[in-house]
Write a protein that binds this ligand. Sequence first.
Ligand code: NAD
Length: 711
Amino acid sequence: MTSDITTLLGDDGILVATMDSAGRPMNILNEAMAGPLAEIVDRLEADPAIKGLILTSAKKDFLAGADVDRLWAIGSAQEAFDESMQLKAFIRRLELCGKPVVAAIHGMCLGGGLEIAMGCHWRIVVDDGKAQLGLPEVKLGLLPGGGGTVRMPRLVGMQQALQWMAEGTEVRAAQALASGLVNQLAASKDEALQQARAWCLANPRPKQPWDLPKFRYPGGDSRTPAAAQLFAVAPSMASAKSFGNYPAVTHIMSSVFEGGVVGFDAALAIESRYFAACAISPESRNLIGTLWYQLAAIKKGQSRPAGFATTKVGKLGILGAGMMGAGIAYAAAKAGIEVVLLDSTQAAALRGLAYSQGLLDKAVKKGRSTPEKREALLALITPTTDYAKLAGCDLLIEAVFEDRAVKAEVTQQAEAVISADAVFASNTSTLPISGLARASSRPANFIGLHFFSPVDKMPLVEIIVGAQTSDETLARSFDFVLQIGKTPIVVNDSRGFYTSRVFATYVMEGLAMLKEGVHPRAIEQAGLQAGMPMPPLALQDEVSLSLGLHVADQTRKDLAAEGQSYVEHPGESVLRQMCALGRIGKKAGLGFYDYREGDKTLWPGLAEHYPLAASQAEQAELMDRLMFAQANEAARCLEEGVLRSVADANIGSIFGWGFAPFQGGALQFINAMGLPRFIQRSEQLAAAFGDRFKPAEIVRVKAAQATNFSD
Ligand code: NAD
């Protein structure tokens, strides 16, 4: 096996070990890295000519974290425990070797990287705006198993460490220094190496603070009143947010607390037990399977047609500078793309530009950008009413009113100006793409790019392939989505596409429950308990009831025109009734909630219009209904060919509308439960609440074949 570390011993006896994972853009902590690291510790311990060690990296980052392939391959709790103990054994030897060890850090220093760095006696960070330090394991349902939960609280205090580890926060250089996570900043990598060498020479026999007899935790250990107070509230605060759906958070807290009442080495062993519990948990398997592997497959282009060279958009035209157009303009300019932002009046176009200005002003105020960068970005956006300015655009995105006639008109006006090979994309949220393409003189270049609001925050773009869209148009659109740093999923044209269609089943199920007389608070609680970011009634208020009704009416009309039957969802009459009462959602301050002074409370009138049923369902049943409705609809989308892959289904559901991430996405929900159990429960729900719960045929087929939803 090749070594991923090169070493150079200086005349002064300081050994510089440079990490450089072979054939990878980033260093990761795998066997090729851990083996040589352990050998270096051997040399450090055995060779008197070596006076100290500096750890650095040849890549643009220090070390990005553990090898997820290795974690994924773990088959048992014992294996997980042993792996974790093995890793931390060499870190412990490093800090007890009696010679100075310094981490010279630049770029990302995450997970196992930071755990190694915390096992060094001195940490220097290059403060060039690129440093990111943190323990993000929780995002994959894990806890830091390389001593992170033991060392971090001893460096920065329990409260700060808990917060950072429970949220997987990445800390910048200045904050790392102020908190005590690192010891020194440097202006450049060279300076960091010089400082590291000087520190080694000046501190020939260092010890870690926790190995000194007088060591005290900053802010006190688990036995102090401050900790008693912290641990009296922290677990309940965490479960108020996570509803116990993220066991890693609880395990992190337990490890920190229990590790604070025992000696250092016992604390390391306790941590490994909790690591093992996390590593084999279904939550962690779901999160890693989807948010690591499936996401990576998507970003590598599994849904992009092969055979087309990668393209970049140099000039983008946007039609409509409203909420979405303005957001897309910002996202594109941020990626360095020249943008022409067109609206029907100059005032409207300027309002679109002002949106970027507002976001940038905020970023400058918070120190996340500079006035120069703000001006440079704004200079990329040209607000206009003049179609001639669209000449030379590689891509056009239409984001005018959701109206077929208006969209057709702007499509034709724009196509008169742009080159014949430019791609034309519509950001429609509901109108089928193949229908909109009828207004185009080049339907092969016509595609859907469905962004989510607010565009600057939402990571997903749903690419919709129309009946005549060419593979090349799809490939170029896919490249553009990656170019602006978003995640693309690719779906075939259909009513509501994928995301809006499945998302609607969640919200509508909540409305159906209200109609049946379920207590609205129980409905809302069920959504949150199931792991959705927002409960159904509140969510319907956000997207507006009038829009929901408009979509339902339009669908009914379109289906009638196509000679197809329309099956009314039981929640639809609630939309109709609420709109008739003038309660059209948050924008009006009146919906399922009353909105006053930034606060909202459930509308008391719901009790009168939707009287409570005599017997109330159990929360578990409500949760099942909300989740099964979505999972089943996602399965139907795959069955009907709306979805093209399982990865797109899972990632689209989590990134698009926040489907409970710990479940691993809408189709992984079915896998994790087991297909036979899903079918059985779906049949029960169908018998009690209607055919919409009947399990999709594809689930039955896969169950019969004893397979599941995997790519
Ligand atoms: P919006 O009302 O905020 O903006 C529409 C803009 O288009 C307005 O500035 C309007 O002046 C401009 N416009 C209208 N007719 C025009 C014309 N003939 N020529 C040039 N400009 C014209 O709407 P929005 O929320 O930004 O939505 C735009 C599109 O994006 C719609 O198709 C909508 O369905 C879709 N969409 C919206 C959301 C969302 O959450 N709002 C999400 C995804 C997709």
